[in-house]
Design a binder for this molecule. Structure first.
Ligand SMILES: [Zn+2]
Ligand SMILES: [Zn+2]
Length: 275
């Protein structure tokens, strides 16, 4: 399988690091994981059509991970998608999708009527909500979803993808999490989020010490993510969801290597990883 990082950023706008999103491709399947800001532009850069995506998996419903959902759906219609969307996400996904679709209902109906395209299947959306743990098969991909700890977000998930005896685990947004460590054992690649210690500074009013403390405490600090990687015995540790988006790369590698034993791969938008 091949993992392409579409967006390695966070809510903060950065044209080099778009919002969180990843593409996973196998011989038969194309899966999107999250649809953060800029997902369709990145797919376009890769020459992958949103008409061909088999399923969208959502780690959680934080806006940075789902903000381009409507853009993804409407652009798939423009790309002549002729099959419904399959979306897998946490509890609340059905309601969320319904509300998003509803917000654009009038303009969509007007377009459908006026533009007279051959299919409206792209607007049929099948949503499956996760339990605490489960398995899903999409073409030649076996997928396992499991809970991670991103409290106060109540429902947040990580995923393991299996194809041809290879394993990719994606952490989603999480603080250091035992369940993730258990589920990521011996992964060929662990794609993990990170909060980079010492890089975010307090600013007047908008970012207080409490803001910094709280943001850090529902993510995985750079001083711990190497340990997580080491405990999973993963072969490669790839860092994404970089908070902040601009930082000292050499320092980050050094910090993580201390615990992980090897250099991590610092994620970049459009980086491809063969697994
Ligand atoms: Zn996030
Ligand atoms: Zn989040």
């Amino acid at each position: 399988m091949e993992l392409t990082l579409l967006g390695t950023g966070c809510p903060k706008v950065d044209y080099k690091r778009f919002g969180p999103s990843n593409l996973l491709s196998t011989i038969d399947a194309k899966i999107l994981i999250d649809c953060g800001s800029g997902v369709t532009q990145r797919l376009d850069q890769l020459k992958v059509s949103s008409a061909d995506i088999d399923a969208l998996f959502l780690t959680h419903l934080h806006s940075d991970h789902v903000v381009d959902l409507y853009q993804l759906i409407i652009s798939s219609w423009h790309s002549y998608r002729i099959k419904p969307w399959k979306i897998f996400g946490p509890k609340g996904t059905k309601k969320f999708v319904m509300k998003v679709m509803d917000a654009f209902k009038n303009e969509r109906n007007l377009r459908i009527k006026y533009e007279s395209r051959s299919s409206t299947k792209a607007f049929k959306i099948l949503v499956n909500e996760f339990k605490s743990y489960g398995k899903i098969k999409i073409k030649d991909l076996n997928i396992e979803y499991f809970e991670v700890d991103h409290r106060p977000v109540k429902y947040a998930y990580g995923f393991s993808f299996f194809n041809k005896n290879k394993k990719l685990t994606i952490s989603g947004d999480t603080r250091p999490c035992e369940n993730l460590i258990r589920r990521a054992q011996n992964a060929d690649v662990l794609l993990h989020e990170v909060f980079i210690d010492g890089e975010l500074k307090k600013t007047n009013k908008m970012r207080t010490n409490k803001t910094l403390h709280n943001v850090r405490s529902y993510h995985t600090p750079s001083t711990i993510v190497g340990k997580v990687g080491q405990l999973t015995k993963c072969k490669k540790l790839v860092l994404t969801h970089l908070v902040p988006t601009v930082f000292n790369e050499i320092k980050l590698k050094k910090t993580v290597k201390r615990d992980f034993g090897k250099n991590p791969i610092i994620g970049k938008d459009l980086l491809k990883i063969r697994i």
